[in-house]
Design a protein around this ligand. Sequence first.
Ligand SMILES: Nc1ncnc2c1ncn2[C@@H]1O[C@H](COP(=O)(O)OP(=O)(O)OP(=O)(O)O)[C@@H](O)[C@H]1O
Length: 316
Amino acid sequence: MNAAVIELDRLTRYFGKRAVVRDLDLQIPAGQVTALLGLNGAGKTTTIRIIMGLLYPTRGKATVLGHDTGQLSPEIRMRIGYMIEGHFLYPGLRVRECADLQRSGYPHWDDGLFQQVVHHFGVGLNDRAGELSRGQRAGVSLALVLAPDPELLVLDDPSLGLDPVSRRALNETLIEFAADGKRTVLLSSHMLDDVERVADRVAVMTAGRLQVDTTMDDFSKRVSGWVVEIAEVDLKLIESIPRLIEARQIGARLQLVVADADDETTAAIDRLGATGVEPIEMTFGDSVLAYLARRRGESSFLGADASVSTQSGVKR
Ligand SMILES: Nc1ncnc2c1ncn2[C@@H]1O[C@H](COP(=O)(O)OP(=O)(O)OP(=O)(O)O)[C@@H](O)[C@H]1O
């Protein structure tokens, strides 16, 4: 794996008595796009704010570009582009004035890139920020963080509230930015289709803990699903399926999703006494949803830990 640009070591953050980020071990490799996924409140923004040095961890450590995030110098910060949720711009400024304001703080500024990105989102340099649509505002925000040519780009839910055309522009811009493999991107998102398009790696958090941390290809290969026809559900037998991610009853059928299925999985499914067993063609979205639904209690059975990680293998 490439050198890590972001390293989180047993990162933990409490708000009051509540642990919002719990023992997070995560390494974001250089030159790749990593998507951080999780339900509302899973702890994504909190993690990102710690990475950006805007929040201290309660325990554990976060380093970015080799530096502790509690002590990021202005020089290190200049190497990072950070786009917050909501895409705030000063409403009275014209787009070219937003660029002027930002440009003064950076040693490198690629005006051609700035103009290219805003144009891609259908924005003119003389447009007023306050009169832009949400998608157009996102485009200007993105152009403002890309023009200084950051080594690391951190985007907190960049597609929030964007229409499909703006989302496509966002995806295309990110793919282009990361194409040469020299820049690193970490983005949080709820848009699984977009993530599938742009990301090389996926990290899934549920309730502050990391459940998945691997490449997109590895994730797809390691999560499998079946639909079983079953007259009577025996919870004990379902519990015995190793590395079960989710079991969900849909009418008379049971949908099972498992990490790292092997002969033991087949044997455990056989023991259910099903009248029919069909493998499911799992999409990326299906696999992520199985992990997310565990937490939300939408799964009829919350199985034992079935984490998928390239760093530590499957944790039982
Ligand atoms: N400053 C704060 N004080 C107290 N609780 C907080 C604070 N910031 C966040 N939280 C709580 O921490 C939890 C995690 O929030 P966080 O914003 O990190 O989640 P998220 O995964 O980014 O969610 P979303 O997808 O909705 O953006 C939430 O329950 C939130 O209410």
